[in-house]
Design a protein around this ligand. Structure first.
Ligand code: SF4
Length: 360
């Protein structure tokens, strides 16, 4: 039997009873894919389906105070080389961004992969290389391997400023939020390729919410929407893995093993959302020599809600508002002059609303 074409799936969706629905895509790459598919103002509007973007963009959820601490670390100590992925450079802390710190003369460098830090540390034995490590489960195995390799090589001048996020704990918060009234989730494909299906089961079993692990082609998005609508119609919520080509049900045991060997769960602060218990990482005690928190006495962030002015990234990240409801959207805040993290990252909801021409 051949798989249905995109047009056939559209017709299948149209054949279902017209009932308003509100779904959340949790992954920033899905946010981009949904805009690219061009279905937001067409099929979704026609079927009264509201898609809200969740807190799946790593840059968007990084606490502003952590950006400040990273910037201050390298501004205050000329011996430090701070490295990070490029997306975070323009995200503002309360005081500054990494890009502004670099403009002031701080040695801030972009890396594409975490193991570049090993080469950098070995090439600069008299400097201290600090990697500002943000992101979800997708990138965490690479960081874990880098720490293991640094330990194997006996590197003394490399540490990691860990600001990791875990998907399942924030889904738990979203599923319980009475303001959101979600009908289900499109679950992240990349993260799921690491963690598998199991961590999502509580959504269906305990919260009665369906979820579909989906790929990133328009066809994948349409198929996921159809699955969600069918499950809601039937009143039988489940977690469906529609991305089996990349997501084994049990995830990636090697990647999970590397993460578990190096990191342990810890409370984490999410920009605009607050501190969520056990939603992040810290290095295990045997890797304390690589922990920038310990080496530089950096505090762990537990309260960071002030100082964003009229930027409502928090509400956008929670799906409580669309970027169009922000008074700064497209006026004071644009991709060229981003005021909040959601406008900085290519995966941020505000940036995508702007790029794909959504207007009030
Ligand atoms: Fe914040 Fe800009 Fe988005 Fe408004 S448009 S919520 S200021 S990032």
């Amino acid at each position: 039997m051949t798989a249905p074409s995109p047009l056939e799936i559209v017709e299948l969706i149209r054949s279902l009873p017209l009932r308003p629905a509100k779904f959340m895509e949790v992954c920033g790459t899905h946010t981009v894919a949904i805009f690219r598919a061009g279905i937001r103002n067409t099929l979704l509007a026609e079927r009264a389906i509201e898609m809200v973007s969740g807190p799946g963009c790593p840059v968007c959820v990084t606490a502003a105070a952590e950006i400040d601490y990273a910037a201050q670390l390298v501004l205050n100590d000329p011996n430090v080389i701070l490295t990070a992925y490029g997306d975070i450079f323009r995200a503002k802390g309360h005081k500054t961004s990494l890009a502004e710190a670099r403009a002031q003369g701080a040695d801030v460098r972009m890396v594409l992969t975490p193991n570049e830090n090993i080469t950098l540390a070995e090439a600069n034995p008299d400097r201290l290389v600090v990697f500002f490590s943000i992101g979800f489960e997708t990138t965490q195995p690479g960081i874990a391997h880098t720490v293991l390799e640094a330990q194997r090589r006996g590197l003394k001048n490399f540490s990691v400023y860990v600001s990791h996020k875990l998907v399942a704990p924030v889904l738990c918060v979203l599923a319980q939020d009475p303001r959101l009234k979600l009908d289900g989730f499109i679950l992240p494909g990349h993260v799921s390729s690491v963690i598998g299906e199991e961590p999502y089961k509580f959504l269906a079993d305990e919260r009665g919410l369906p979820g579909v692990i989906a790929g990133f082609e328009p066809m994948d998005i349409l198929a996921a929407l159809y699955e969600l609508l069918i499950m809601r119609e039937q009143g039988k919520p489940r977690i469906v893995n529609s991305y089996r080509s990349a997501v084994p049900p049990q995830g990636n045991p090697k990647a999970l093993g590397a993460i578990d060997a190096v990191f342990e769960p810890a409370d984490a602060h999410w920009r605009g959302i607050g501190t969520i218990p056990m939603s992040g990482h810290k290095l295990r005690p045997r890797f304390i020599a690589f922990d920038a928190h310990e080496r530089f006495g950096l505090p762990r962030i537990t309260n960071d809600e002030s100082g964003f002015g009229a930027c409502c990234c928090g509400e956008v990240l929670l799906g409580l508002q669309t970027p169009l409801q922000c008074p700064l959207f497209g006026v004071q805040c644009t991709p060229d002059n981003p005021l909040g993290a959601c406008m900085v990252s290519s995966e941020g909801a505000c940036a995508n609303y702007f790029r794909y021409g959504e207007r009030r």
